[in-house]
Design a protein around this ligand. Structure first.
Ligand code: PLP
Length: 360
């Protein structure tokens, strides 16, 4: 069977050159006599893989030297707890922006460890836009400000980085990291589950400014203490070695295509084509305010929801898979992360136009 265009929100497609390379190196990694998954994490081969992956990620994102880059486990959801445990640092509260399903989860988890002040919310508008800078009601005594730059389920993306004065800005970049250049120095902490733009599930990346380390809440598990992880090069215990290796191959692939500037241009073109197709049709609709539309996750509905199942079925027959929207919002969602080629989006757009002609 041919490979399909997989529009899943995650785990998502990986670049084909990465998969081919992993296949070629599966039985025997570069003279080591073994697969990367069989290597000791403390052996020189894996240590070199780990160090190269970190160096390449630092280069891609231009991470300043006063930031630690951690390769951890437990997904972005574990970070919902680790962040207040590490960053409240004696303060009673933190500011959170409530902009969709994932920020809501982050807020609920943070409330287990401290007070949360919701500094903006678009829930009354069913999360169809990002709040504007002048709508943020930041509090003077907050330890940090948390937000979700890209809400994977609602398909809402901030078109700007909020200005939060001298407070550390904490960003859940799970579904938009590496999609274009960012200025890391604007953030106190960035975290991202790997299974969208980084690599396979099982790895979460944390990029944290050094001065924020070392003041965890009493009772913080050792594994969730960023300082411990930083001092141990993310190897306090056995790290997710194979996922780390595959992430390294993805970083190398990104460098090869010209880095995040080039990736950003490709992603902008893909998103523009899909939104234009939706907006030009009388049949498909995207509910998000144009300025806040996600480059990575594009939800859309059909004029007649009774055709949803037919759409999914016919799309699958055309090798376009995993287009069903999240169960909480319904409709369709096309996730078009870095590894989704332009041809995949073109195939989807062609299919949608044909579907409208036949059923619209
Ligand atoms: N945050 C965002 C923005 C996400 O899209 C996801 C997963 O899809 C998560 C957090 C949760 O990630 P994980 O499953 O790695 O815990």
């Amino acid at each position: 069977m041919a490979r399909v265009y997989n529009f899943s929100a995650g785990p998502a497609m990986l670049p084909e050159p990465v998969l081919s390379r992993a296949r070629d190196e599966m039985l025997e990694w570069r003279g080591s006599g073994m697969c990367v998954a069989e290597m000791s994490h403390r052996g020189k081969e894996f240590m070199s893989i780990a160090a190269q992956a970190e160096a390449d990620l630092r280069e891609l994102l231009a991470v300043p030297t006063n930031y630690k880059v951690l390769f951890l486990q437990g997904g972005a959801s574990t970070q919902f707890a680790a962040i207040p445990m590490n960053l409240l640092r004696g303060a009673a509260s933190a500011d959170y922006l409530n902009t969709g399903s994932w920020s809501k989860k982050a807020i609920a988890e943070a409330r287990r460890y401290g007070q949360v002040h919701v500094a903006a919310s678009t829930e009354a508008e069913r999360f169809t836009r990002a709040p504007r800078q002048d709508e943020l009601t930041l509090s003077a005594d907050a330890a940090y400000v948390h937000y979700t730059p890209n809400e994977t389920i609602e398909g809402v993306e901030f078109p700007y980085v909020p200005d939060v004065g001298d407070k550390p800005l904490v960003a859940d970049l799970s579904s938009t990291i590496l999609s274009r250049p960012i200025d890391v120095s604007r953030f106190g902490l960035i975290y991202a589950g790997a299974q969208k733009n980084i690599g396979p599930a099982g790895l979460v990346i944390v990029i944290v400014r050094e001065d924020l380390l070392g003041q965890t809440l009493p009772g913080t598990p050792t594994m969730l203490d960023y300082k411990v992880q930083a001092e141990n090069d993310s190897m306090y215990n056995t790290p997710p070695t194979y996922a780390w290796y595959l992430a390294g191959l993805v970083f190398e692939w990104l460098k090869g295509i010209g880095g995040l500037q080039a990736m950003g241009e490709i992603n902008a073109r893909k998103a523009e084509l899909l939104y234009k197709t939706i907006d030009d049709s009388g049949f498909f609709k995207n509910p998000v305010e144009p300025a806040s539309r996600s480059w990575m996750n594009v939800p859309f509905t059909l004029a007649n929801p009774e055709l949803d199942d037919t759409f999914i079925k016919e799309a699958k027959a055309a090798n376009l898979t995993t287009l069903k929207g999240h169960r909480s919002v319904g409709g369709m969602r096309a996730s078009i992360y870095n590894a989704m080629p332009q041809e995949g989006v073109e195939a989807l757009v062609g299919f949608m136009q044909e579907f409208e002609r036949k059923h619209g």
